[in-house]
Write a protein that binds this ligand. Structure first.
Ligand SMILES: Cc1ncc(COP(=O)(O)O)c(C=O)c1O
Length: 404
């Protein structure tokens, strides 16, 4: 037995290892992986970009770069984010190795063991794992179809004897819940935080993946609302729009927060891969992103529609869900006495996997939900997968009735 640190005993990291294994199991129909399908990646565009780079830039790909990021990428990201209304002039961008690294940097920047972090319930399991690793005390607040439960958030803040360091939220196309906050809910959230000293960590990994152009306005980030008395750190990612293999993310924060974050990053990996930053930058400056996103949006919409139709056709009536307006996920609600872990055990025997509800509960308990990701699904497998899942569900529900 080795004397391992507290940090490596995170419950959620075990869940993530299992999740990644299930997501990539070849013989399975997998609704597990919250990632794009390999067939959707812009392989040809990236080939063209690399092949047409001048020799000196190709050489730069192999080199270390500044800790804050490849300057031309910072510049092109600034104009990309400015178009979305983000306050790039009064804030600074730090390029990170995936946005999970940004979450990790922010956690290291603010959290001492025992400090409080507020999260949504459910919440992105990768972030939960980071928060646990750094010894945070996590307090979670439920969400409904329109966003975080404002009354519960107020109650929580009043009930605590210490000020939480930050509140972590994913307002646009939530992972796992699939919802998008209404503009009113975003406003209310900022009103609650105003003057409390609680920083808002706004994780915006999915906002480009709306299904309907008319609903793009819903994705407006809280950081762009211009609220003065709430400190907001905004994180974004190329993982869902170019590919997670790029490991390209970023954070936008006030200069003071940026400065300390840069110090943390320096100690972590010195800099994010120049190779990936240069390719990512060219994708932006050569205006390839917008047309690629159009293609992705229509692909994901098609997959979501197929899943929605199949669920309507095959799910027992006790199972409910909100139809998503973008992103990767449908979050099924089961009857409260049914555990998604039991359904998993049944459906995996017949070749279908998904992620159980308890994976996304900070306390690893609440298990009356399950997450289906349609992003990585071959279209032709969706209906078949739902038929198998529905069968497993019906069996577990029936057995529960017999027992009671
Ligand atoms: C809500 C959310 N935030 C952040 C990430 C991390 O993305 P990456 O580190 O690949 O940028 C993910 C990935 O699944 C996510 O779902």
């Amino acid at each position: 037995m080795f004397a391992f640190s507290n940090a490596v005993n995170s419950m959620h990291s075990e869940d993530i290892k299992l999740l990644m294994k299930q997501a990539s199991g070849k013989s399975m129909i997998s609704f597990a992986g919250g990632m794009p399908n390999n067939d959707l990646f812009p392989v040809k565009q990236i080939d063209d970009i690399y092949n047409s780079l001048p020799e000196d830039i190709k050489k730069l790909c192999f080199q270390y770069g500044p800790t804050s990021g490849y300057p031309p990428l910072i510049k092109s990201l600034e104009s990309h984010l400015e178009k979305k209304g983000l306050p790039v002039l009064s804030n600074k961008i730090l390029i990170t190795t995936g946005s999970l690294q940004a979450i990790s940097i922010i956690t290291q920047e603010f959290i001492n063991e025992g400090d409080i972090i507020l999260t949504e319930n459910p919440s992105f399991v990768g972030a939960l794992s980071v928060f646990e690793t750094f010894g945070a005390e996590i307090h979670s607040i439920p969400i409904d179809k329109d966003g975080i439960d404002i009354k519960a958030l107020k109650r929580k803040i009043v009930s605590l004897d210490r000020t939480p360091k930050f509140l972590y939220v994913t307002p646009n196309y939530h992972n796992p819940a699939g919802i998008i906050y209404t503009p009113e809910r975003k406003k209310e959230l900022l009103e609650v935080l105003s003057g409390t000293g609680i920083i808002l960590l706004e994780d915006d990994a999915y906002s480009d993946l709306y299904f309907n152009e008319n609903e793009k306005y819903l994705t407006k980030s809280m950081k762009s609302f211009g609220v003065k008395d709430v400190e907001i750190i905004y994180t974004g990612s190329f993982s869902k729009i170019l590919g997670p293999g790029f490991r390209l993310g970023y954070m936008l924060s006030s200069p003071e927060i940026f400065e300390k974050a840069e110090t943390v990053k320096q100690a972590l990996d010195a800099c994010t891969s120049n190779f990936m930053q240069i390719l990512g930058n060219e994708f932006l400056v050569q205006h390839k992103l917008e047309s690629y996103l159009k293609f992705l949006r229509s692909e994901y919409l098609e997959r979501k529609n197929l899943l929605q139709k199949s669920l309507e056709k095959y799910m027992p009536k006790e199972v409910t869900w909100n139809e998503p307006k973008g992103g990767f996920y449908i979050w099924l609600k089961l009857p409260s006495h049914i555990k998604s872990t039991d359904i998993f055990k049944e459906s995996v025997k017949n070749g279908v996997v998904f992620v159980t509800g308890r994976t996304f509960d900070p306390a690893s308990k609440k298990d009356d939900r399950l997450r289906l990701a349609f992003s990585n699904m071959p279209k032709e497998s969706i209906e078949k997968g739902v038929i198998i899942l529905a069968k497993a569900l019906k069996k577990v529900i029936k057995n529960a009735k017999v027992k009671s």
